[in-house]
Design a binder for this molecule. Structure first.
Ligand code: GTP
Ligand code: MG
Length: 154
């Protein structure tokens, strides 16, 4: 199954949009495989957006990402990267159509509430930056493991 990395940015968490945003992905058909709330430091923000480091807005972007807690998640589903980006909408909320997350919840490119990986390779790199895979497996067992736990319980 394909997977992608999605992060609700600090403005989304601060505005209490975490549930509404997660709901959009679950309604689309994604399975939530891991989720955590965290306050990221400048080093992680800079590594996450390393390909943008020459952009004039890079400092502002890092300030934004470190301004409060983010909600990091791994989502699983068919064509996970492309489907997540279509749920998210265009980078600039001015251009994002209604019905997309940025179209419905954001006004400005500097605070566009959510991130989604742009390729399967980026998704794996970003999951590696934000998640300890062993811990994620322990906290979020596969449905098969959960089912056998239930059998043992009864
Ligand atoms: P992400 O899912 O967050 O990676 O966005 P994206 O893939 O749609 O766009 P891109 O990777 O090109 O840009 C990353 C982020 O940089 C955007 O989501 C914005 O938060 C931010 N950004 C892009 N353009 C500008 C800008 O002109 N000014 C500021 N302040 N931020 C920008
Ligand atoms: Mg991007």
């Amino acid at each position: 199954m394909d997977r992608t990395f999605v992060m609700i940015k600090p403005d989304g968490v601060r505005r209490g949009l975490t549930g509404s945003i997660l709901n959009r992905f679950e309604q689309k058909g994604f399975r939530l495989a891991a989720i955590k709330l965290m306050h990221i430091d400048r080093s992680l923000a800079e590594r996450h957006y390393a390909e943008l480091k020459e952009k004039p807005f890079f400092g502002e972007l890092v300030d934004y990402l470190t301004s409060g807690e983010v909600c990091a998640m791994i989502l699983e589903g068919e064509h996970a990267v492309a489907n997540a980006r279509s749920v998210i909408g265009k980078t600039n909320p001015v251009e994002a159509v209604p019905g997309t997350i940025r179209g419905d919840f954001a006004m400005d490119v500097a605070s566009n509430v959510v991130h989604g990986s742009d390729s399967p390779e980026s998704a794996e790199r970003e999951i590696g930056l934000f998640f300890d895979e062993q811990a994620a497996l322990y906290l979020f067992p596969t449905p098969q493991v959960a089912a056998s736990d239930n059998v043992a319980f009864h």
